[in-house]
Design a protein around this ligand. Structure first.
Ligand SMILES: NC(=O)c1ccc[n+]([C@@H]2O[C@H](COP(=O)([O-])OP(=O)(O)OC[C@H]3O[C@@H](n4cnc5c(N)ncnc54)[C@H](OP(=O)(O)O)[C@@H]3O)[C@@H](O)[C@H]2O)c1
Length: 224
């Protein structure tokens, strides 16, 4: 894989996907926005290229984007997670699928309501089988925090996946956009990151803030 792989973001027109796209384009990654709506995707690209000179950004439908991406990132609401992955499944073989899905169940999004089996992202790994390396990440960082290039991202994200090398790749992708990402074990552990989002939403509400995040302490990341 060349120095900077093509990152395709399914749901890249949304809050989390477009913020990640902005950060990765700013870090010099070629990004493809995947969307069901070409006009909306074009606007998302213009929004990014308007902020970043020499941006490498384009768009396609989700199937086309998944085919073009060397790494595919999923940023759609939980209710459409499975159907979106089903629709692009043929393009995912051999790739890393980074899944930011949180199984929120409106209207009680500040209450942990994990699906049967525990983790929404682990369910996608089970559905796809081992030929796709599913990595769970970015559940615990708010879109508006990622979307503000003028501020550092003051929180950690947990990275879960069964393939350690795939987790390492995603940790580097996060580091390149200024996000400290931490190995957090196999894909089943994603349940904890997914649950934590509802807790952060609850903290936001209780303390009247909008971007509560969390830090893992006690680490010396110079030693592995
Ligand atoms: N927002 C945050 O701060 C945040 C933080 C951490 C994790 N997350 C998680 O990241 C994921 C995306 O969150 P978001 O806030 O970015 O969501 P969003 O803005 O509501 O939606 C993201 C995109 O998903 C696509 N989409 C919406 N409904 C769809 C459907 N029925 N079928 C297929 N695609 C559909 C849309 O893209 P097109 O219309 O262009 O196809 C939309 O722009 C969620 O699972 C969320 O829990 C969000």
């Amino acid at each position: 894989m060349p120095d900077k792989p093509i990152i395709s973001i399914l749901g890249g027109t949304g809050a989390q996907g477009s913020a990640l796209a902005l950060r990765w384009v700013n870090a010099g990654y070629p990004v493809v926005i995947g969307s069901r709506n070409g006009r909306k995707a074009g606007q998302a690209c213009e929004h990014i290229s308007g902020q970043i000179k020499s941006a490498s950004i384009s768009h396609d439908d989700n199937v086309g984007a998944a085919a073009k991406g060397q790494i595919v990132v999923l940023c759609v609401p939980y209710a459409s997670q499975r159907s979106t992955v089903e629709s692009v499944r043929a393009a995912l073989g051999g790739k890393i699928l980074v899944d930011a899905t949180v199984p929120l169940v409106p209207p009680k999004v500040a209450r942990v309501q994990l699906p049967e089996g525990g983790s929404a992202v682990a369910a996608i790994q089970a559905m796809l089988g081992d030929s796709v390396k599913v990595v769970s990440a970015f559940q615990n960082v708010a879109a508006h925090v990622l979307g503000d290039l003028s501020s550092a991202v003051d929180c950690d994200v947990l990275v879960c996946g069964n393939d350690v090398a795939a987790r390492e790749t995603v940790i580097k992708l996060a580091a390149d956009i200024g996000v400290r990402a931490i190995h957090a074990g196999p894909i089943s552990n994603s349940a904890a990151a997914e649950a934590l989002t509802s807790i952060l939403i609850s903290i936001n509400s209780r303390y009247k803030v909008s971007g509560a995040g969390m830090r893992i302490t006690g680490l010396d990341l110079t030693r592995k």
